[in-house]
Design a protein. Structure first.
Length: 66
């Protein structure tokens, strides 16, 4: 449970940094995203999930962090 809460906290920090550091640029970026079609957003989301899972798998299974 401690790891899960730590990960959620880290995700919130990483998600919040661009909004804190570059609020106007984020507003422009979000307005551009709202014009994309659903299929493009779905493909981008799926790619992000797969890349994230691959990173987690590699980090857990390799001996890099031991």
């Amino acid at each position: 449970m401690q790891l899960l809460l730590s990960l959620i906290g880290l995700v919130l920090v990483l998600e919040g940094l661009p909004y804190m550091a570059f609020p106007e640029a984020m507003r422009r970026w979000l307005s551009r995203i709202s014009t994309l079609d659903t299929a493009s957003l779905r493909i981008t989301g799926a790619a992000s999930v797969l890349i994230g899972l691959a990173i987690c798998y590699i980090a857990r299974r390799s001996g890099i962090f031991d």
